[in-house]
Design a protein around this ligand. Sequence first.
Ligand code: PMT
Length: 402
Amino acid sequence: MQSLANKRLLLGVTGGIAAYKSADLVRRLKEIGADVQVAMTPAATHFVGPLTFQAVSGRPVRLELLDPNAEAGMGHIELARWADLLLIAPASADFIARLAHGFANDLLSTLCLATDRPIAVAPAMNRLMWRNPATRENCRILTQRGIRLWGPAAGEQACGEVGEGRMLEPLQLRDAAIAHFTTDGSLRDLKVLITAGPTREDIDPVRFISNRSTGRMGFAVADAAACAGARVTLVSGPVSLPTPPDVERIDVASAQEMYDVVMSRATAADIFIATAAVADYRPAARTEHKIKKTQETFTLTLERNPDILATVAALDHGPFTVGFAAETRNVLEYAEDKRRRKQLDMIAANQVGVPGSGFESEQNALHVLWEGGEKVLPLADKTQLGHELIALIAERYHARRH
Ligand code: PMT
């Protein structure tokens, strides 16, 4: 188990049912050496009593902005500077909105405004509140300012609905905190744009063409890039995976939508990594109504989708561009051909169509090629492989620039 010895965490607890999990989070952080102080919003105290947090943290809990007793000990400005990391868990929709707009109308929002330390936010709210354009915009503002978003996860919610908006579990938040402090910094402050998952090409309102990609490989690469200190934007096709910590995620469905989002951000990116399994073709026409079963045979006319990777690689002053090649045979030969044809800085080839790696698997193996070099990343969990690939990309990116 990794340690958070000598790390000081200020845990902000806001009003939400997930607040009960935050008491366990304090225990988990403390058992690996972190020094934790807790500040609660007034709403949070309706869910869990301050005494609980006092007992698990071993320190007085901070509640009021203008509390003469507390200010006599450690004033709120001092407290804002005491922490190595401010973690807000759970972060309600209301708190996220107040943070995005610079409010300072309670202790916790003031601490966030008065600190120059990293802030991480673990959202917890109903799925519709999470999906609401106002919350989406507030989260965009936060990530643009460098505030990390850890989660949320998808699943069953306290209100009985199912969807995205659950706070990450205490152990996941603890791991995110460990990753935050152990970043190797090899991509520090670089903007990394990543595509992941499948695309969906509509045939009619109920049918589409897609593929077997789960998004796992791309999400692992995004997670590893964030751990290496990059500012990561993940453009994802339809998948059911939680957003990795510190990653800005943009959901799309079709290849054309993925193309539009990527092209709007590609020139500002330092590195582009295309892990998505993008449909090469789409139906030439999408019918307005469900197609009826009237004919014995049915012919679907397809037209080419734009090639996102090739378009980014052809940009003047474009990013360092890394493609993937998914092949069922002649893997290296086809991958090298793609690398040359699309003028890529690197390509990661993987065998698909076999059990135990590639699509729909927890594991994968990659053979990475670049001009004058290659490296085999043997079969491993996609999480580990993501880190190995990012280390290699960082090495090649910096080598190219010197
Ligand atoms: O998602 P998982 O289940 O974890 O599976 C991972 C994976 C097998 C999908 C992944 O490792 C992988 O190989 N991704 C690339 C899949 C693919 O579409 O390969 P391709 O050889 O058809 O495409 C070559 C490259 O061009 C890819 O980088 C692809 O993202 C890109 N491309 C392709 C077509 C297109 N219109 N636009 C593109 O950008």
